[in-house]
Design a protein around this ligand. Structure first.
Ligand code: 5AD
Ligand code: SF4
Length: 483
């Protein structure tokens, strides 16, 4: 699961290599020395726990962080009573921030019992100056802080902390070189996320992502395809191509490439069985992409297409650059071209100035499109975004009442939609054994719905045909068919 870096062959005493990944291997080697000393003193390896908040991109970053920690010699564990705890944070909504502060309170109590414990914070929340100030003042027990652009530097920053003995803070405003050649520790052997781009240029008026993840940068297609090939060699059968707005992939490369073009190339990779991607922006979802999905054997029939609001007036203020009619027409075009597709979405309730009529427009789109599932969010004011400065913020009770109505509608439709394949045979990637029911396994269908069926643990990681016998609301019970 690692890249070919061998820290044992890196000179631990020499000068610093100039090339970034060699430089980081050098620091991994130095930290490895520390880990060795730790083991001699404590008669066990140091333990580390990486706690992830937020989206798939953070989950992927956490795999990279875990890979570095493993190479250093840490034993990874789930629980937070470890020698090093690293919180990979999210800041898209304020409740994500509040959860991190809550967890810091808890981990502080652990550190009081184990003063040598190291606590690190990284990810989107750390890109906000006000957060760094607050931590410097009120959470002085934190040892290490870095942001979204320099996660590959973990070993170097850790080494600095170990040698300096004081809090290390390293936040970059913008991404520099994309360093992708460091070790990763994947959570699942059979599926993996693959970053295809970083950042976002859309500046939706409510969203903090462009400020914390920086401008849009696409990775070169050769690099992405090479990474996928390597993953397939390691046993991966499903990849999830990740970006804030995959539909604008490749536009700013020296030799521009379309996302649909990238998908076609990925499709040709032998041994790769399934391709997913996330997230699509409705404003630039091309006909070419719909055609490529329709013709594909490997791209899963699932599109996550955030609506945000059904009101054209609100969409304009949100700076989404499509209106209600355009969204409805796009959803119809997709469902007509690919009838089996699962359409999922994100919706924000209570955006500043949202009237009852605006909200009804959202309910109307939900009724018309009939989303297979939808994530619904209460609008959260993010300092620094244009929407935060808007005057007509919606009272919490009003937003909450609308949210409850929307959620009830979304859930009712989702339940009806997710049963629509009952009786059919679809393929499922077996992801795990069912912890509650012995002899059962859990698989994921191409449309992202889960199915539980009798099966042996050896099936994990395989793609098998399953008859969907019964819908239980948001999942199926099934039976494996002869292959
Ligand atoms: N408040 C509420 N929801 C938000 N999202 C992004 N910013 C905010 C905000 N300020 C939601 C959007 C996006 C999803 C990842 O998070 O729906 O698609
Ligand atoms: Fe945020 Fe809009 Fe970019 Fe999505 S497209 S990350 S909502 S700014």
């Amino acid at each position: 699961m690692y890249n070919e870096i061998n820290p044992d062959q890196t000179d631990r005493t020499g000068g610093l290599p100039k090339e970034e990944s060699s430089r980081q291997s050098h620091f991994i080697a130095r930290c490895r020395g520390w880990a060795g000393d730790f083991e001699k003193t404590h008669h066990r390896r140091p333990t580390a726990s990486v706690q992830t908040f937020g989206c798939q991109m953070n989950a992927r970053d956490s795999e990279k962080l875990s890979g570095i920690l493993e190479q250093i010699g840490f034993e990874l564990k789930e629980e937070e009573d470890a020698d090093l705890v690293l919180y990979n944070t999210c800041t898209v909504r304020d409740n994500a921030n509040q959860r991190v502060y809550g967890r810091l309170g808890y981990v502080h109590s652990l550190k009081k019992k184990n003063p040598a414990m190291l606590i690190g914070l990284c990810g989107c929340m750390m890109q906000e100056e006000s957060v760094i100030e607050k931590i410097r003042q009120s959470y002085r027990f934190v040892d290490l802080i870095f942001g979204t652009h320099n996660i590959y530097k973990l070993a170097e920053l850790l080494y600095e902390r170990l040698t300096s003995g004081s809090m290390v803070v390293d936040i970059w405003k913008e991404g520099r070189d994309i360093v992708e050649t460091l070790p990763t520790e994947r959570k699942y052997p059979y599926k993996s996320g693959v970053n295809i781009m970083y950042g976002c240029n859309n500046f939706c008026s409510y969203c903090i992502v462009p400020y914390v993840r920086g401008r849009e940068r696409s990775r070169r297609p050769e690099e992405i395809l090479e990474e996928i090939r390597r993953l397939v060699d390691e046993g991966v059968v499903e990849v999830m191509l990740l970006g804030q707005n995959v539909n604008s992939y490749g536009k700013n490369l020296e030799t521009p490439v379309s996302f649909a073009g990238l998908l076609k190339e990925a499709e040709a990779i032998e041994g790769l069985k399934r391709i997913r991607f996330m997230t699509s922006h409705p404003k630039d979802l091309s006909d070419e992409l719909i055609q490529v999905m329709k013709d594909s054997e490997k791209i899963c029939p699932h599109l996550h297409l955030p609506l945000q609001s059904g009101s054209s007036r609100i969409l304009k203020i949100m700076n989404r650059r499509y209106d209600k009619e355009q969204y409805l027409a796009l959803a119809k075009k997709i469902r007509t071209a690919i009838p089996d597709i699962s359409l999922t979405t994100d919706i924000i309730v209570g955006f500043p100035g949202e009237t009852e009529e605006d909200f009804e427009e959202t309910m109307d789109v939900v009724r018309q499109v009939r989303f297979d599932s939808a994530f619904t969010f209460l609008y959260s004011k993010r300092t620094g975004t244009p929407a935060a400065a808007m005057e007509n913020q919606i009272p919490k009770e009003v937003a909450q009442a609308r949210f409850d109505r929307l959620l009830a509608l979304v859930q009712q439709i989702s339940k009806e939609m997710s049963g629509r394949d009952t009786g059919r045979v679809l393929t499922a990637l077996v992801e795990e054994t069912d912890r509650q029911h012995e002899g059962m396994v859990t698989g994921r269908l191409g449309n992202n719905i889960m199915v539980h069926f009798p099966g042996a643990p050896e099936l994990v990681g395989q793609i098998v045909p399953v008859r969907l016998l019964e819908s239980r609301g948001f999942y199926y019970m099934g039976r494996m068919e002869e292959q």
